[in-house]
Design a protein around this ligand. Structure first.
Ligand code: ADP
Ligand code: MG
Length: 346
């Protein structure tokens, strides 16, 4: 439905977007994930028509939107800072976009109530926005974005200003609402946990380009690069170079490593690579092993409810693993790592 094609944008000679392409299909929630300053909001403004790209196209159902002004695109936008009118009632705020469309009064009344009921806020219709909590205001902002029945909903870090408990709760509701309503959405965040929770598909933005595009499962199973892995919160990254193919063997400052991951082999002899060691399924070693062997001191053990996170320092490098049984802080550990838990990244 939405197609973003080769978008470029430069501000004050600093290239921000350098050929961004992705698409959003019917009913799909696409999460745009990137560090602060990576150009996410700029990209949304370009899609909305609030800003012109230097190059590239935004298409809706195959039609180039370059000549279509903002309000005719029928894209709903919702921001982190709500942008509600503080001295008006909840209902008046939600009615705003509908008035702009010039709908009749009765139709507006019906649609406002419907939108408020979608976010469980009907009973607040007459309240002033200043009398609402942050979470309630964010629901009103969402109702306002939904009321005009947008073709596409764009949410720019909508939960960023809320505390953790409220964020988790609203995220859950938002996911259900997006799935039930079937409205395609672009959800912008810099928080990978939030992205995993809500996305049908992740689009990761880095250095002005799409670093990786895939389902949360695909992306988590195989990050496209060392940057992507780090951004997704993986810690166990080890630089090295390929010494043999088939089996793929990598020399690192922490010894030799066998890589079980089949798709890693192609044409990498003598090349620098980064190994990603998945943080699960470690096995204590009785003695020093030939390869895939890690020896270090436990720095910290963090209880997480279901399991423990252990932080291990090995020759000055930090590693993190998730285990069922706690280790002792200060304890020396020797670990064997299954080659299947080792990925080779560019
Ligand atoms: P993000 O939403 O990913 O944090 P933004 O799209 O807001 O990133 O902005 C990325 C960079 O582009 C920022 O460093 C900002 O200074 C710059 N930028 C954004 N809009 C403008 C503008 N209108 N003029 C000049 N620089 C801008
Ligand atoms: Mg932003």
């Amino acid at each position: 439905m939405l197609e973003v094609r080769d978008i470029h944008k430069t501000y004050e000679r600093r290239p921000l977007l350098q050929g961004v392409s992705f698409s959003v299909s019917t009913g799909e929630t696409v999460c745009l994930l990137g560090a602060s300053g990576s150009g996410k909001s700029t990209l949304l403004r370009i899609i909305a028509g609030l800003e012109q790209p230097d190059q590239g196209q935004v298409l809706w159902d195959g039609e180039d939107l370059a000549a279509i002004p903002v309000h005719y695109r029928r894209f709903g936008l919702m921001f982190q800072d709500y942008a509600l009118f503080p001295h008006r009632s909840v209902a008046e705020n939600v009615a705003f976009g509908l008035r702009m469309q010039g709908l009749p009064r009765e139709e507006i009344r019906v649609r406002v109530l419907a939108a408020l009921s979608q976010v469980d806020m009907e009973s607040f219709a007459a309240r002033r926005v200043t009398e609402l909590s942050g979470g309630e205001q964010q629901r009103v902002a969402l109702a306002r974005a939904l009321a005009p029945r947008p073709n596409l909903l764009m949410l720019d870090e909508p939960l960023g200003a809320l505390d953790r408990t409220l964020r988790t709760q609203l995220l859950d509701e938002l996911r259900k609402l997006l799935h039930h309503s079937g409205i395609p959405a672009i959800y912008v965040t810099h928080d990978q946990e939030e992205a995993f929770a809500i996305a049908d598909r992740l689009v990761m933005l880095h250095d002005g380009r799409v670093e990786q595009d895939g389902s949360p499962l695909e992306v988590y199973a195989r990050p496209a690069s060392a940057w992507a892995a780090r951004f997704l919160g993986f810690v166990n990254l080890l630089s090295g170079w390929v010494v043999s193919l088939d089996p793929l063997r990598v020399e690192t400052p922490l010894g030799h490593w066998l890589v079980g991951d089949a798709c890693s082999g192609a044409d990498r002899s003598g090349k620098p690579v980064t190994l990603l060691i998945k943080p699960y399924g470690i096995v204590p070693a009785a003695t020093r092993a030939e390869c895939n062997y890690l020896e270090g001191i436990v720095q910290d053990v963090i209880f997480r409810g279901e399991d423990f996170r252990v932080d291990i320092l090995a020759q000055g490098m930090e590693f993190q693993f998730f285990v069922d049984q706690p280790f002792q802080v200060g304890q020396m550990v020797r670990l064997n790592i299954d080659p299947q838990a080792v990925l080779c990244l560019d």
